[in-house]
Design a binder for this molecule. Sequence first.
Ligand code: GAP
Length: 443
Amino acid sequence: MKNTIEKIVSLCKRRGFIFQSSDIYGGFSAVYDYGPLGVELKNNISQLWWKDMTLLHENIVGLDSGILMHPKIWEASGHIGAFNDPLVDCKQCKSRYRADEFSEEYQSVDWTTIQCPNCGAQDCFTKPRQFNLMFKTNVGPVEDSGTEAYLRPETAQGIYVNYLLAQGAMRLKIPFGIAQIGKAFRNEIIARNFIFRTREFEQMEMQYFVKPEADNEALRDWKYSRFQFYTKCLNLNESKLRFHKHKDGELAHYAKEAWDIEYEFPFGWSEIEGIHNRTDYDLARHQEFSGKNLSYFDQINNNRFLPYIIETSAGLNRMLLTVLSDSYWEDEKNNRIVMKLHPRLAPIKAVICPLTKKDGLPEKAREIMNMLKSNFKLVYDQQGSIGKRYYRQDEAGTPFGITVDHQSIKDDTVTVRYRDNQEQDRISINQVKPLIEDSIENI
Ligand code: GAP
């Protein structure tokens, strides 16, 4: 019997949401490719986040910085020294584990008593050692230590080192924010749970610059606002969302206070987004390492200071897995699987089906398709029975089935079939566009 996450993985492959990277070569661990439906869903989610951050907040601007940056940035940020996971190796079967998976107090564990979960051997583990998660590469044609660079493990640093340029160009006054969506890379020791923890992923981060004394209030407001995003914009089940506050031992090297928003995945409660008070840690370190004055000039009070930073940091791929987990529904009564995606998120908004392949029905269906295709992502489907066509789209999360039948030729009406309750209405062709538009805004 497959568990839910395995069922989601198999649906994602079958319907073209997500594929294992390099599939024909046997796969490449912890990297995934997004198929035709996956890329639409991912774009829909990231556009909602971008809209929520940069359109709805006049004081938040966007940025797109490079994945490769000056290597000193990672010294200054503390990632070269402190961005480590503790790892242990089984000497018998060579399996590798994060030591903190066995116990948060892994330093005081007696490793001779621990059994390897893979081969069952005892007294087989190496001592825990720190493993840096950054991917190293060389820039330019010569490989030596002077050419070393890193693939960024977070997008945040690109914002910090550009913050005064963006602030000056846009004449931003504190408090203000800078938002960025982009790839990040981490050489995770173990990657599991599908796209939850991968070595290449996308982050959606927003850094909010405030007066030092305004940090607690800003953190509180952003916690509220980010939670609302999941319930209102993504329409997720609120009972599956919660906050988790980091204890002292859990805090990242840059954080004074940190909260995770967690979701109850089929494999348990896990983090989807972090909201952090990073204080002036990053700006102070970049000021020290670059030798440049990074203070903000407050014209109203005629003084200079290093702003504090409240960060909201979400993983786009994890958010997508959250949306998939939240919408997966086995409709046992009707023997079908449905992705109950909000129409706003659905990769395809409607399937347009001629009931049969003759009597002018395909032509009429094409007319509707051509009328609407510049507004919404639609598919045209005339293959197989109408029931099979609908069930295919139920798995893809398509909210509406628009069917052209013989009556459509006579009176310009179609049937609309609703994905979740399978009810049907007859509506005029002119009502199809407002129906889809309203569902995106209102449901
Ligand atoms: N700039 C702060 C930062 O990067 P983080 O808690 O390490 O904080 C933020 O990461 C978010 O990035 C996480 O909540 C998660 O959604 C996503 N993320 C982190 N590592 C990931 C991985 N290996 N695979 C997928 N998403 C990841």
